[in-house]
Design a protein around this ligand. Structure first.
Ligand SMILES: [Zn+2]
Length: 181
């Protein structure tokens, strides 16, 4: 029902009303849904990214994507040391090199697995005002950008590892779910 814009407004009202956001854990189906582009750049976006930042800081994360808090929109944040990035409708423009390293995810608590990523990326994304910025980042931040951008397509850490590791993660998360944590 209604135009996409109405849906955006509804979402916006929800951001303003709801207090804290909660992080969806694997295998929550919300994590697998490809997110829709942001079309309205209004005040609610800043409210949402502020809330996302609060959640990310609480769990000491370095990045968080809107689908992880149950909002199916192409919005992600990344923080590292003094740097803070808001990525809205991000797209990969260029990539170069390769890096190996362990990756974690707030939707997979206490799990760290090696994932190969490009060493350098160029990512174009809008900020909260709708202005497009091209970010050129490398190393850890490049990894964080790509991890969060994966979330916007419904791609998870578990989709980036070997079948053996995938099974290990699945079992670990299942056990965690049974304990009700
Ligand atoms: Zn993640």
């Amino acid at each position: 029902m209604g135009e996409p814009k109405d849906k955006d407004r509804l979402l916006a009202e929800n951001f303003l009303d709801s207090s804290a956001l909660t992080v969806k854990l694997y295998p929550d189906p919300a994590l697998k849904i490809p997110a829709a582009p942001v079309e309205n750049f209004d005040d609610s976006l800043r409210v949402l990214t502020g809330k996302m930042r609060a959640v990310m800081d609480t769990f000491q994360g370095v990045g968080l994507a809107a689908p992880q808090v149950g909002i199916s929109k192409r919005i992600a944040i990344v923080a590292h040391e003094d740097l803070f990035y808001v990525l809205i409708n991000p797209r990969l423009v260029d990539q170069d090199g390769e890096q190996d390293g362990d990756e974690g995810c707030l939707s997979f608590p206490d799990i760290f697995v090696p994932v190969k990523r490009p060493m350098r990326v160029k990512v174009a994304a809008a900020d909260e005002s709708g202005r497009e910025i091209v970010h050129e980042v490398d190393d850890f931040i490049a990894r964080a950008f790509l991890h969060e951008m994966d979330h916007l397509d419904g791609t998870l850490l578990i989709d980036r590892v070997s079948p053996l590791k995938r099974e290990m993660i699945r079992k670990k998360m299942k056990k965690r779910g049974r304990k009700g944590k």
